[in-house]
Design a protein around this ligand. Sequence first.
Ligand SMILES: Cc1cc2nc3c(=O)[nH]c(=O)nc-3n(C[C@H](O)[C@H](O)[C@H](O)COP(=O)(O)OP(=O)(O)OC[C@H]3O[C@@H](n4cnc5c(N)ncnc54)[C@H](O)[C@@H]3O)c2cc1C
Length: 457
Amino acid sequence: MTSTVPDLSSAELELAVTGPVFCAGDPGLDTEVAPFTTTHTPAPAVVVGATCPADVAATVRWAAERGLSVAVQATGHGLTSALTGAVLVTTSRLDEVTVDPVARTARVGAGVRWRAVIDAAAPHGLAPLSGSSSHVGAVGYTLGGGLGPLARRHGFAADHVRSAEIVTGDGEIRTVDAVSDPELFWALRGGKGSFGVVTALEFDLVPVARLYGGGVFFPGSATRDLLHAYREWAPTLPEETTTSIAVLRLPPDPALPEPLRGQTVVHLRVAHLGDAAEGAALVAPMRAVAPALLDALGEMPFGAVDAIHMDPTDPMPTYDRGTLLRELTAETVDALLSAAGPEVEVPLVLAELRHLGGAVGRAPAVPNAVVGRDAAFSFWVLGPMFPPVAAVVPAVVDAVVASLAPWSTGHSLLNFAGAVTGAQVAALWDETDRRRLLAVKRRVDPAGLFTHGHVVG
Ligand SMILES: Cc1cc2nc3c(=O)[nH]c(=O)nc-3n(C[C@H](O)[C@H](O)[C@H](O)COP(=O)(O)OP(=O)(O)OC[C@H]3O[C@@H](n4cnc5c(N)ncnc54)[C@H](O)[C@@H]3O)c2cc1C
């Protein structure tokens, strides 16, 4: 067994935990750490496949005694670096999903993907505030805010967290809620992995069984008209309607429906909490802008929510960045078209506007550290990190975001901020909240063990 830590030490770790321990070269390591976002190949010093909170606590103590940093991974949808030299806790075995249909809550382990929560909640007519893809991890998503298709009616996922079970920098397992530690509870919900390894979350479910939703694909030739129509249309929608619109440069993939293959298209995504007649009437102005290539809007069970965004499910290397927009004016749309519209040759996969406002614009009953309440739209742009375009993608993506700077709040939702860490993450908050987050970080992680991924520093 080859390892960057002494064998004796990892043997001690193996004795201290019940889950498997992997060092460099061990069979099964590559599968254990395989991320969804393959831009980086994880190269931690040692990996612990935690099976219980006590495994996480023992791992954190073991790392702290040796001065090693600690990282955490559920699905690798948000992998931001190679995690070089870290002690990595993988959470896939923390797979508890318990639904309380009377209290309308769920308790989920750190390794649970949204699909498992959606399926457990559906028989009770309930739904979680999951996002565009049910393959994403529920805990990482929620700690980063969590903006999904029910957001304008119900807010960010983080707004509905009731309590968190977390292992902090001292290796203690704590249950944190609004009463036990109000500052840490505020910071955790929005401040993501900064404060420790969350082993489970308890959060509210909402009474949603069905909705009117899905997507409409339009030809790229109509992009200008569609984006200008969208900026006028979206602000007229009720809170029951959450929408986004994306310019997609699709690959010539045979798995895609024929009219979309290899095309630049505009994808309007809709989730309306109401019946089909009401939903169709609301969407009519957008349907009238151009003939659709594919119109897949209709009544659906919440379980079919992935059909709204149709996110990819196969791992791929990407570079992404986001920005929050105060307003979406005609000039903003023109700037976006000049930087990322179909007439420009740029190696991008997606340039997406998500409509905010409604419940995401209001502070929740128990305030939290989620950014973006003051924004009207969230913008996310993503390019493929394949050769040969990988050499230019980061500059192209950064330039698209820069072109929207005149309308930006200067911040981004943490989940759409891309591969940023430390001071770049801290810069997402205003001065007051940044100081507050850093004060909590210093208290619960004084040695600075949690330095990988979306952590403030
Ligand atoms: C295809 C796709 C679709 C997406 N759709 C949405 C969307 O609709 N809305 C939205 O808000 N976001 C969305 N995201 C962003 C996503 O929510 C974040 O990348 C999130 O961090 C993924 O969490 P994960 O656990 O699946 O990923 P991982 O890569 O396993 O974790 C990412 C980071 O989350 C933190 N984290 C994860 N688990 C824990 C834990 N147990 N304790 C402490 N910190 C932890 C850590 O900082 C970690 O580095 C999407 C991302 C992708 C790739």
